[in-house]
Design a protein around this ligand. Structure first.
Ligand code: MEV
Length: 309
């Protein structure tokens, strides 16, 4: 008899604090309204997407949960643009662990799911801070600090957040910018240590602004964070151009989101939305609005895993 299970998880954006979070400073991240679903079947013809990292991730996660990866048929469906800094690897890792747990009839605590998914995510990104998995696992808006165990807290923005995401179309990986910045820090630890502390201060101020609903201040902190990300060497001329277009179209703030080196920007839209999406599209970029649901919890989402015989 064939058995079937699915798991799903959302993509993410980093509102403030990417990169400095790797060095122990806090970050604020949020789940977005785009999802990835992993569908697993045993008892039929085994099949695996033809990507060696996905294959390694499946073997790792399956072995971890006592499931034989050789028997599995794995299917992935997603509306999260891949390799853009929008957390598709973290969403895949979580969705996979959720689907496997359901297939193996195991009930895992939220922390256990996150821990296992973070190990799987390392197959894609080397040693990630865990912020992507945390945002995707939790849903809504989260405060994250890398530690063992990570410090994870839900934040409730004082006002709803309307954001625009736009994609640069540049080929990128997360590991590249992270390891280049690590090398810069190793060469000049005092200078980069100060940069990272300043980035952390922006995140701490961002928390105040966000939770009190002062979106203008939050937007200015996003702009300041972008200045630092530029100094880290992780922005690109195309990202800078897109950020300029978003600001010119009325954004309260705009910055790259994720590792940079290409990938995505996010812009905080003013009341009424402004013309950010239109202007970015007219300049040839893929852009879409995303709503951050400040009250949503991932673990209340009955779509996050299902099983059937
Ligand atoms: C990637 O979304 C965020 C980075 O800070 C890397 C990480 O935290 O693992 C660039």
């Amino acid at each position: 008899m064939s058995r079937h299970a699915t798991g799903s998880a959302p993509g993410k954006i980093i509102l403030l604090g990417e990169h400095s979070v790797v060095f122990g400073e806090p970050a604020i991240a949020a789940a977005i309204d785009r999802r990835l679903e992993v569908s697993l079947r045993v008892g039929g013809e085994p099949a695996m997407p033809s990507d060696s990292r996905i294959e390694r991730a499946v073997v790792l996660a399956a072995t971890d949960l006592g499931v034989d990866a050789n028997d599995l048929s794995v299917e992935i469906t997603s509306d999260i643009p891949p390799a853009c800094g929008l957390g598709s690897s973290a969403a895949f890792s979580l969705a996979l662990v959720r689907a496997l747990a359901s297939l193996a009839d195991r009930t895992l605590s939220a922390e256990d799911v996150r821990r296992r998914a973070s190990r799987v995510e390392d197959v894609f990104h080397g040693t990630a801070s865990g912020v992507d998995v945390a945002a995707s696992a939790e849903g809504g808006v989260v405060w994250f600090e890398r530690a063992d165990p990570p410090r994870l807290e839900r934040l409730r923005p004082g006002k709803p957040l309307e954001l625009v995401v736009a994609l640069s179309g540049e080929v990128r990986s997360t590991a590249g910018p992270v390891s280049r910045l690590r090398a810069r820090h190793a060469a000049r630890p005092d200078l980069y240590g100060r940069f990272f502390r300043l980035a952390g201060d922006l995140v701490r101020s961002g928390r105040e602004a966000l939770t009190s609903g002062d979106l203008e201040a939050f937007g200015q902190l996003m702009d300041a964070a972008q200045g630092l990300l530029n100094a880290f060497g992780v922005s690109t001329p195309t990202l800078e151009r897109m950020i300029g277009i978003a600001r010119g179209a009325g954004a309260l703030g705009a910055k790259l989101s994720g590792a940079g080196g290409g990938g995505a920007i996010i812009a905080l839209a003013p009341a009424g939305g402004g013309t950010i999406v239109r202007d970015l599209r007219e300049a040839g970029f893929e852009a879409f609005p995303t709503r951050i649901d400040r009250d949503r919890r991932e673990d209340e989402d009955d779509r996050s895993n299902r099983r059937s015989a």
